[in-house]
Each structure stands twice: as structure tokens, then as C-alpha cells.
Design a protein around this ligand. Structure first.
Ligand code: NDP
Length: 499
């Protein structure tokens, strides 16, 4: 045997198309050991004196400590925002306001790798998504609203648009920076100041954003960022110095906020949960539809309010669709969020993982059939295998409740009428998808679906120019587009009423 033959004998034989690890370097992010609150243009220690750790959910390791803002801290932040509103920000020229928004957009682009790594570290989402979706869209929101800042008179002709004052904004953990951009950009473009509360589990990108604000030389107090748990959010809602609340999160908390604000005169927009139907007709391009199903529910681990979590398949194509879907699921790579090959990252928190497990167990108990592809999960961290339930009845909890995880419930239908009826059979009304070759069918189905956003032959596409929001228990008010400016403006209706 020659030397070469001997060496080949010892070298590992590839067992298939495996991917070598492709980790993104994490040293582009410099973390502080401890973060204060961003109030009046400075990071300050919380008056509460309390801090809590924030984790990397893929390793269950602490990343840093962040401040727990109490009532006094919320007060200080609101006062800083009021002061900035009354002493400068609401009076500067709109073109000047636009300048700051353009600067923020450009800095986000310049620092996008740093932000993408931090977003994946703190939230568990795959770097491919934070890099290619969260960051470009966040910058695009600031660019888009920068363009409107000096054109409000044209956006709302004869309605004398004026800013409202101080906006209190409460955001969730599924798209931390993107939800910040959705809220902060239109508020500033309209001339308001802001107190923002990021979610307890994902505060770090908002705190890094404070550094972007300093770099952009935004006047102190125009944006204030207070970290904390739900009690901080509740204090912000109650605070009398706040003129408007914008909330994205669970329907339960949204309802509590609505009750709290009833009769106070404060403006409110709510972007809450969803249980979207993704409807596949028998004339759809099946391979594209299967990609759309996968993108609809496994994108961001299913932590998406508009996720296509209920798949409605026309009966005649049920078998090929399920077969193709299972095949595709076997190719999804679950694991390290910072690996550029990862499709499905970590579940955001233990609490969310427990909720997913509980709902999945209820699906099995109620009689649905579960499919999970073979998948080796990392030993530490919060993980859940991409899951499909077939044999699902409309009454099952997995067909009714928002799971907010990588779990799909499949139902079938025979006629377009049945599809519409089943799609609308939910307390929610945020989004839906329709897959068919026929343009006329898309239009007729879309008109009958009670959902704020409807995608045709695609899913989970976002654009700053396009309004987003729901009906029924998915909330009210729109974010994005021209509609997204309205909740941040006082508009004079006397002329449109003929006064
Ligand atoms: P929450 O609605 O509790 O959280 C959203 C935001 O509101 C967070 O910043 C949270 O703070 C804050 N908050 C919590 N309680 C209050 C309160 N009483 N007053 C004001 N603000 C408050 O969602 P969870 O994180 O608890 O997730 C629970 C479920 O909600 C998920 O399983 C999912 O089904 C759904 N959800 C839906 C989202 C959507 O976009 N539709 C987004 C997030 C969750 P903190 O994080 O500190 O608790």
C-alpha cells in the first residue's frame, strides 16, 4: 500500500452534504458589564438602584446587567422628553428634523454588522436574518420617515399637522431593533419626543442605539430609553406626562393597557398577536408555496406576530404539500444563531420555551399528529425542533392560540368559501397568505379575509412604505407608510368636515 493510499484510508469519508461551521465573529460587539438608563442624552444610574442580568438564550449565559427602571426613573425620563419637546424639538425646522433621521439611518447602515451580531446574541435569532432583514429594514424605516419629516403638509393637506408631544413606546423581544425603528422613526419625523421601553429579555440593541443617537448628535432628551420588566412598561403607561402610548406585544397586556387608558384622553395604538392563515390552492406553484410556508412559520423561530401559523391546504393537494414540507423540514439547520448557515436559532427565553412546550403537549393530547424532523439540538440554551401538526381540528388550542414558536398547524379545505370561513375563524386579524396562479382569486379572497396584511404568493415581506396592523384582537392603528405617521400627529379635521 502506498503512503497516499494509507492516508486516504484514515481520512474521514463525507457522509453527505454537511456544512462546516461558519460562525460570525462576535468580537465586533463590545459589551459593558452594566448599563444605566438613557435619559436626557446620558446613560444614568437608575434611582431604583436595581439591575438584572440579560442573557444569551443560545447558551443561557449572562451578557450584561441592565437597569430596572422604577416609577421615579420613568418620571425622570418623561420629564426629559417633555423638556426636549417644549424647548426646541417641536420648533426646529422639519428639514432639520429630517437631517437627524437621515444621520441615524446612515449610522445604522455603517454599524449594521455590530448591531446584527448583538441582536443575534441577545435574542437568539439567526445572524442571516438579523443581518439581511432586521438591520436593512431598521435603516430603511429611518430613511423613509426622514423623507416625510418636511412634507407633512403634503401628506395631510389642509389638516395642519402638529406633533402630539411625548410618546411612550413599549416594544417586544421578537424584533428588538426593528420594532424600535418602527416606533421611533415616525414619532420623530412628526416632531414628537420619545420614551422607549425595550423588552426585558432583549434590551441590548436599544442601549447600543443610544450610542447611535449620541453619534448623530440628536438633542438630549428627544429619545430616552428605559429598561426594565413589565412593571416599568405599566409605569410608563400610567405616567401623566405621556401623551400617546404605542404598544406591540401580547393581546393580554394590550387589553390591560387599553383598560388603563380608557377615559384619559391619551392616544393609543396596539399591535398585538395573530394566528394567520396561509392558504394554498391546488393551482399554486407547490415548490414556491412550500418555501413560503417554511418562511411563514419558521422565520425568527416563529416569534412573529404575523407568522403563517395555520396552514390551510386544499384537499386535492394535501399529500404532495405535506410530503414536500416534511422533506424541506429535514434540511433546516437548527443551532448556533451566530453561524451563517443556521436557519432556525434559539427560543428567546425559558418562559417562551415553556409556553411552546405546553401548547405542543396540548396539541398531542387533543389528538393532532405531530411531525418533527430528526434534529440534534445543542445541550445548553433554549431550543425547539421545527414542528408540524396534521389532523388538526379548528377547535384545538394549537389552531386557536398564538404559539409564537416554530410550530405549524395544518388544516384542509375543499372550496374557496370554506377556506375563507376557516381563515376568519379566529379572534385575531393581523395577516394572511394566499397562494394561487389566478390573480382574480387572489383579489376576491383578499377582499373577504379579515386581516390587516395579506400576502399573495409570498409571505413575511415587509417594507417601510407599506402600512402594517390588524383587526379584532390583533389591535388597532397602523405602523409604516403614511398611515404610520397619523397616530403621532394632531390633525385638524374642520376643513374636511366643511368647517
Ligand atoms: P408582553 O406583551 O408581556 O410584552 C411586550 C412588552 O410589554 C414588553 O416590553 C413587556 O415588558 C411589556 N409589558 C409587560 N407587561 C406590561 C404591562 N402590564 N404594562 C405595560 N407594558 C408591559 O409579551 P411577553 O413577552 O410576555 O410574551 C407573551 C406572549 O405574547 C408571547 O408568548 C406571544 O404569544 C405574545 N407576543 C406577541 C408579540 C407580537 O408582536 N404580537 C410580541 C411579543 C409577545 P417585559 O418584556 O419587560 O415583560
Amino acid at each position: 500500500m502506498t503512503d497516499l493510499e494509507r492516508r486516504q484510508d484514515r481520512s474521514p469519508v463525507p457522509s453527505g452534504w454537511d456544512y462546516a461551521p461558519a460562525p460570525e465573529a462576535r468580537d465586533i460587539v463590545t459589551l459593558e458589564e452594566r448599563y444605566g438608563l438613557y435619559v436626557g442624552g446620558d446613560l444614568v444610574e437608575p434611582r431604583s438602584g436595581e439591575y438584572f442580568p440579560t442573557l444569551d438564550p443560545s447558551r443561557e449565559e449572562p451578557l450584561a446587567e441592565v437597569a430596572q427602571a422604577g416609577k421615579e426613573d420613568v418620571d425622570l425620563a418623561v420629564r426629559a422628553a417633555r423638556d426636549a419637546f417644549e424647548n426646541g424639538w417641536s420648533d426646529i425646522s422639519p428639514a432639520e428634523r429630517a437631517k437627524y433621521l437621515f444621520r441615524i439611518a446612515r449610522i445604522l447602515q455603517e454599524r449594521s454588522r455590530e448591531f446584527a451580531v448583538l441582536e443575534s446574541l441577545n435574542g437568539g435569532k439567526p445572524i442571516r436574518e438579523s443581518r439581511d432583514v432586521d438591520l436593512p429594514l431598521s435603516a430603511a424605516h429611518f430613511f423613509y420617515y426622514a423623507g416625510w419629516a418636511d412634507k407633512l403638509e403634503y401628506a395631510f393637506p389642509h389638516r395642519r399637522p402638529k406633533p402630539i408631544g411625548v410618546a411612550g413606546q413599549i416594544i417586544p423581544w421578537n424584533f428588538p431593533l426593528l420594532m424600535l425603528a418602527w416606533k421611533v422613526a415616525p414619532a420623530l419625523a412628526a416632531g414628537n419626543t420619545v420614551v422607549l421601553k425595550p423588552a426585558e429579555t432583549t434590551p441590548l440593541s436599544a442601549l447600543l442605539f443610544a450610542d447611535v443617537l449620541r453619534q448623530a448628535e440628536l438633542p438630549p432628551g428627544v429619545v430616552n430609553i428605559i429598561t426594565g420588566d413589565g412593571s416599568t412598561g405599566a409605569e410608563l403607561v400610567k405616567n401623566e406626562g405621556v401623551d400617546k402610548i404605542a404598544f406591540t406585544g401580547s393581546t393580554e397586556v394590550g387589553k390591560a393597557i387599553q383598560r388603563e387608558l380608557a377615559g384619559t384622553g391619551k392616544k393609543l395604538t396596539l399591535e398585538l398577536g395573530g394566528k394567520a392563515a396561509n392558504i394554498i390552492f391546488d393551482d399554486a406553484a407547490l415548490d414556491q408555496a412550500v418555501e413560503g410556508i417554511v418562511n411563514g412559520i419558521y422565520f425568527n423561530q416563529g416569534h412573529v406576530c404575523c407568522a403563517g401559523s395555520r396552514l390551510l391546504v386544499q384537499e386535492s393537494i394535501y399529500e404532495p404539500v405535506i410530503e414536500k414540507l416534511k422533506q424541506r423540514l429535514r434540511t433546516l439547520r437548527v443551532g448556533d444563531p451566530l453561524d451563517k448557515n443556521t436557519d432556525v436559532g434559539a427560543i428567546n427565553s425559558k418562559q417562551q420555551l415553556d409556553k411552546i412546550k405546553e401548547l405542543v403537549a396540548s396539541g398531542e393530547e387533543e389528538g393532532a399528529e405531530i411531525y418533527q424532523p430528526p434534529c440534534r439540538l445543542p445541550e445548553k440554551g433554549y431550543w425547539f425542533v421545527p414542528t408540524v401538526f396534521t389532523n388538526v381540528a379548528q377547535s384545538y388550542r394549537i389552531a386557536q392560540e398564538e404559539i409564537f414558536g416554530p410550530v405549524l398547524s395544518v388544516l384542509t379545505f375543499r372550496t374557496p368559501d370554506e377556506a375563507v370561513e376557516k381563515a376568519n375563524n379566529t379572534p385575531y386579524g393581523l395577516s394572511a397568505g394566499v397562494w394561487t396562479e389566478k390573480g382574480s382569486r387572489i383579489l376576491s379572497i383578499a377582499q373577504r379575509l379579515r386581516a390587516g396584511v395579506i400576502w399573495a404568493n409570498t409571505y413575511n415581506r415587509f417594507d417601510p412604505t407599506s402600512p402594517f396592523g390588524g383587526y379584532k384582537e390583533s389591535g388597532f392603528g397602523r405602523e409604516g407608510g403614511l398611515h404610520g405617521l397619523e397616530p403621532y400627529l394632531e390633525l385638524d379635521d374642520s376643513e374636511t368636515r366643511g368647517g
